[in-house]
Design a protein around this ligand. Structure first.
Ligand SMILES: Cc1cc2nc3c(=O)[nH]c(=O)nc-3n(C[C@H](O)[C@H](O)[C@H](O)COP(=O)(O)OP(=O)(O)OC[C@H]3O[C@@H](n4cnc5c(N)ncnc54)[C@H](O)[C@@H]3O)c2cc1C
Length: 391
């Protein structure tokens, strides 16, 4: 019998396991993979602020304070801040260090343990696990679903499902003269989404994209595009795939149950980055669960305060990102070319460089400001419409 079972040993699962173990609870993390950090698909960009707030440790490849945004026609705008805004890290090393931290606080881990069912009962909750082909049952006072995007567990338990996704693909590439993050916008290469080329170690980088469906052919085309532009040396690289939720779980709590991280849809609605918001929400979840232990009340009614608190923190930002992406989807390549050209000529680089409330993690206010700025400077109807919507 444990106090808490955590399903999934990704960054969010290990983080919450660590917080709860530190508070003195008996925690076990059940992970279906054989080890942590195995085969993760992530670019590893995390804000400096998030890194220090959560005291993260990871192998840092680079610091980033600038990025180039490319229009379909090849023209680009370069945005820069004086100080580093983000770290580009080795994601597997982050997952490992969070697991080690949790273990130092006393959390247990079981790998190759796939949770196939979760059953809340009157005085406990049980998890049925497929462990090397045999069924085992674990019981605890509460269970945390940190099982990432695409797991059917939340739906099986009655928390509903996330119905909107982006499909990500990424490959490690040999880069040529790449020393800052590059983002690509082109409705033919990445319909409704975007692509990236991110430097990591010398002459290496990650080329990736989000797509509305099977991303492999999109990534193949993007790699050819990058090769043709002389940005990467080869196109024969191993691809990794991942799914990003573009909506939130209807309910992130139940009797003795809490869902966090990608499983709950707690990701930035602009970029799909999920580590920062997942950690923020895991912090809230740990505190709510602590209160549940203090009052010995693990009912859905009590745990609903977690749902209320995280939505209060993220909702405005999520909605503004969903709206921005909804409008972006409707732009044609000629619109994007024009927008980037207008942005360049109308002082957006200066606005970004000097914006006092700039945040790598909270994009809403800056999006509103940029849209207003562009609406004045451009005659593009979609931008004017978005500007009205944001008012
Ligand atoms: C291409 C791409 C690039 C990205 N780049 C960034 C980035 O630069 N910055 C950023 O912040 N975010 C990025 N993200 C998003 C980021 O990877 C996720 O937000 C993050 O991994 C979420 O962590 P998590 O712990 O919630 O879920 P996950 O990392 O998905 O971990 C869930 C874990 O649960 C395990 N699991 C699932 N089901 C079960 C089960 N039934 N039983 C036991 N174990 C189970 C899984 O094996 C997995 O280990 C990217 C995503 C993609 C696809």
């Amino acid at each position: 019998m444990y106090d808490v079972i955590v399903v999934g040993a990704g960054p969010i699962g290990s983080f919450i396991a660590s917080r709860l173990a530190e508070l003195g609870y008996r925690v076990i993390a059940l992970e279906q993979k054989e080890c942590v950090g195995e085969n993760v698909c992530c670019t590893g960009i995390i804000s400096v602020e998030c890194f220090s707030t959560f005291n993260l440790e990871a192998a840092i490849f680079r610091k980033a304070n600038s990025a180039k945004f490319f229009a379909p026609c090849g023209q680009f705008i370069r945005l820069e801040r004086e100080n580093p805004q983000a770290y580009i890290i080795d994601r597997a090393s982050l997952d490992k260090s969070l697991k080690q931290r949790a273990q130092r606080h006393g959390a247990n881990y079981l790998f190759s343990a796939s949770v196939v069912a979760v059953t809340p009962e009157t005085d406990c909750v049980s998890a049925t696990v497929d462990y090397h082909g045999k069924q085992r049952t674990f019981t605890a006072q509460a269970i945390i679903l940190a099982c990432g995007c695409g797991s059917r567990l939340p739906e099986k338990i009655g928390l509903g499902e996330i119905t909107n996704f982006a499909f990500g693909a990424q490959a490690e590439v040999n880069t040529i003269d790449l020393d800052e993050v590059e983002l690509y916008f082109d409705q033919n290469l990445f319909p409704g989404f975007f692509g990236w080329l991110v430097p990591t170690t010398p002459d290496k980088g990650l080329a990736g994209l989000l797509a509305p469906k099977n991303p492999a052919p999109y990534l193949r085309d993007f790699l050819y595009h990058l090769r043709a532009q002389g940005k990467i040396a080869s196109t024969e690289d191993e691809m990794k795939f991942g799914t990003i939720p573009l909506g939130t779980l209807p309910r992130t709590y139940g009797d003795r149950i809490i869902a966090v991280g990608d499983a709950a849809g707690q990701v930035k609605s602009t970029t799909g980055g999920g580590i920062c918001y997942g950690l923020l929400c895991a912090d809230i979840a740990a505190e709510c669960l602590h209160q549940a232990f203090l009052t010995n009340d693990f009912s859905a009614a009590r745990l609903s305060s977690y749902d209320k608190q995280w939505r209060a923190k993220l909702n405005r930002e999520l909605q503004s990102g969903y709206r921005a992406r909804w409008f972006y989807k409707r732009l044609g390549n000629r619109h994007i070319d024009k927008l980037i050209s207008v942005a360049k000529d109308s002082g957006i680089p200066q606005l970004v460089a000097e914006w006092p409330d700039f945040s790598f993690d909270w994009h809403g206010p800056l999006i509103s400001e940029i849209v207003k700025h562009l609406a004045i400077a451009s005659s593009l109807q979609p931008v004017k419409a978005l500007s009205k919507h944001n008012d």
